[in-house]
Design a protein around this ligand. Structure first.
Ligand SMILES: [Zn+2]
Length: 168
């Protein structure tokens, strides 16, 4: 320990202790806060513009001005931006949006977004034996149900599921 620095510049001494790993910044913070009186702490915070009176400016979304915000853009704009990125005509954006609203899908989960690709949705329905639903989905998405089914007569749910065959 540098006794000379301790005498000449105790602040530098304290900061160097943290820099040298002799004490953690958290521990030094607690030492300082506990040593100071409440008045000292309030004054220190206020001098550094960290007191409540500097808190009047609420942070807002840089896109829409909304206040539902974590960083930069609000949750709504963040969701919209992510969904726009997947809105390529091949993904069920409505399903994604409603699953986000129901906390079944996380914004930014690109891996799971693939599950919302029209073809994957139909395949999942078929895997689950939801043939009527799969047919409806094909109609909605403009896909050919026959492409998904080896045996197009197997509407009763008995047919084998082979996934997407030679999709054009
Ligand atoms: Zn916003």
């Amino acid at each position: 320990m540098d006794a000379k620095l301790f005498n000449s510049d105790p602040r530098d001494f304290a900061i160097e202790m943290v820099a040298n790993g002799l004490v953690s910044a958290d521990h030094l913070l607690m030492c300082a806060l506990k040593y100071m009186s409440h008045d000292d702490v309030r004054d220190m915070l206020d001098c550094n513009e960290l007191s409540p009176r500097f808190d009047d400016e609420e942070e807002t979304c840089i896109d829409c001005g909304g206040t539902n915000i974590e960083e930069g853009t609000c949750t709504d704009c963040e969701t919209k931006e992510w969904l726009d990125g997947w809105d390529d005509g091949e993904h069920d954006i409505d399903a994604m949006r409603s699953d986000i609203a129901n906390n079944n899908l996380e914004v930014g989960d690109d891996e799971r977004a693939e599950e919302y690709e029209h073809e994957n949705i139909v395949r999942t329905s078929l895997t689950n034996g939801q043939f009527t639903q799969a047919k409806e989905q094909c109609e909605r998405y403009g896909l050919d149900y026959a492409d998904f089914h080896e045996d197009t007569d197997a509407d009763d749910g008995e047919g084998p599921i082979v996934g997407l065959m030679n999709h054009p």
